[in-house]
Design a protein around this ligand. Structure first.
Ligand SMILES: [Zn+2]
Length: 127
């Protein structure tokens, strides 16, 4: 197999372990973020005796909280999937092409399921 400069080298055991730790931390952080926002994401009570302006504020604020909560939930699912791949020794391989995702990209985003070229391709498909 020739050297392909576009494909990063496989993770070392040390890198793999520290990324696992990062994933576990992320899972804990995202889990408590999702839990903490559960109460504030409850529907706004339109009959509550608050002024019109603060009601609009409350609804706007709530939709921001909900959007953040959805994003945290989605990311948590990716983190959990990455931890499962880690347990099965599949972690670090791109789900699309099977190449290494690379330690630089995984350090920035430990749950990344795709290598950079595949990620760019899937983003251009979605647009
Ligand atoms: Zn790929």
């Amino acid at each position: 197999m020739g050297y392909n400069p576009l494909v990063p080298p496989p993770l070392t055991a040390t890198e793999s372990r520290s990324l696992q730790t990062a994933l576990e931390q992320l899972r804990a952080e995202l889990g408590s973020a999702v839990d903490a926002s559960a109460a504030s994401a409850a529907p706004v009570d339109l009959d509550a005796p608050i002024g019109r302006v603060s009601r609009i504020d409350a609804i706007q604020q709530q939709s921001m909280v909900q959007a953040a909560r959805m994003a945290a939930k989605r990311r948590l699912q990716q983190v959990e999937a990455a931890l499962r791949r880690h347990a099965e020794d599949d972690y670090g391989d791109c789900l699309e092409c099977g190449n290494e995702v690379g330690v630089e990209r995984l350090t920035a985003r430990p749950e990344a399921p795709l290598c950079l070229p595949c990620q760019s391709k899937s983003e251009s498909r979605q647009r």
